[in-house]
Design a binder for this molecule. Structure first.
Ligand code: NAP
Length: 308
């Protein structure tokens, strides 16, 4: 089931200034991007909304052939139409990537139709922020996040790897989250565990496929103002990235092919967690105490109990 329409609030103007220092640097050179993507086949999962949609538009504008994947067919068509109207090339693939068989078929259809994939942007994902007390009757939260954030992308990459290995080239970019590099935070058990599972899998595979000429980049964004972060009301007050900012970060990943990209302050949080584990854990407990489940999260937990 796809999400209902969600209003994405604009962040206050003052956060924009701070955001320049708290988020990863993006690429600001259409020329360099054009050299990197012109005529290249770029598969973007989660291209119907948010980061994926915006990135698809940026890349297509510089001559990439973008293959757009998500479940919402109408929304994908609308994104593709806009790209084509502006002179770009886009193809749409409606696919539920949480179903491994669908992910496998998607890869085989794409290879049959386009021959190969130059760049895979593994971006589709599902976030759940819900306390464990609200999750006791919701085992499906853990199944669903594992299915789309971990198992689906694993199957998609398994099906694309033979072609990339045979060509001895390719670039796989994963949109992870800062959370997987941080000590685990309250209410994020389903999301963080599933994103962490894929992150570990991807890094392990990365060591092997580097030998085959395939590059990988893991991106660890903090907050991006999309329908994913919108249900948590305070998130738009923090200095996050717009989808345009996030697309520029992905552009840098494509051009520079770094191993990973993180917010500049993330290393200090990681070091603190190693040097001061107890105060950091106490801090996490305090944050949990001072915040609450979002109304949307409480509402869906109540609905699932009623349905039983
Ligand atoms: N927003 C943030 O603050 C933030 C922070 C860190 C990391 N991220 C990561 O950034 C990525 C993009 O998120 P976003 O913020 O752009 O969220 P979004 O606006 O909700 O977009 C998520 C995309 O994933 C697609 N998707 C979800 N489930 C799918 C499924 N089963 N099969 C195929 N496609 C599916 C959605 O399309 P359909 O619903 O049409 O299928 C949509 O296009 C995610 O991996 C997320 O974990 C986001």
């Amino acid at each position: 089931m796809t999400k209902p329409n969600i209003t994405i609030k604009n962040p206050p103007k003052w956060t924009r200034l701070i955001a320049r220092f708290t988020n990863p640097r993006g690429l600001n050179s259409p020329q360099k991007l054009k050299q990197a993507v012109q005529g290249k086949i770029v598969l973007i999962t989660g291209a119907s909304f948010g980061i994926g949609e915006e990135t698809a538009k940026h890349l297509a504008k510089q001559g990439a052939i973008v293959l757009l994947v998500a479940r919402s067919f109408d929304k994908l068509q609308a994104v593709a139409t806009k790209i084509i109207e502006q002179g770009g090339v886009a193809y749409t693939y409606s696919c539920d990537l949480s179903q491994p068989e669908s992910a496998k078929k998607l890869a085989s259809d794409i290879l049959e139709q386009h021959g190969h994939v130059d760049i895979l942007l593994n971006n589709a994902g599902k976030s759940i922020r819900r306390s464990i007390a609200m999750s006791l009757e919701r085992f499906q939260d853990f199944e669903r996040t594992m299915a789309i954030n971990y198992l689906g992308p694993v199957q998609l990459i398994l099906a694309l790897l033979p072609s990339m290995r045979a060509r001895k080239k390719g670039h796989i970019i994963n949109i992870s989250t800062w959370g997987v590099k941080m000590p685990a935070g309250g209410r994020w058990s389903a999301y963080q565990a599933s994103k962490g599972a894929f992150d570990t899998w991807f890094k392990s595979v990365s060591v092997e496929i580097k030998q085959d000429g395939i590059s990988t980049t893991s991106i660890y964004p903090a907050i991006v103002y999309t329908r994913m972060s919108a249900p948590t009301p305070w998130m738009h007050l923090l200095p996050g990235m717009t989808t345009d900012d996030a697309a520029h970060v992905i552009e840098r990943a494509i051009v520079e092919k770094p191993y990973d990209i993180s917010p500049p302050w993330l290393w200090s949080a990681q070091v603190s967690a190693v040097l001061m584990p107890t105060p950091v854990r106490k801090y996490m407990e305090l944050v949990f105490k001072l915040t609450k489940d979002s109304d949307a999260s409480i509402q869906s937990a109540k609905t699932s109990i009623k349905q039983r």
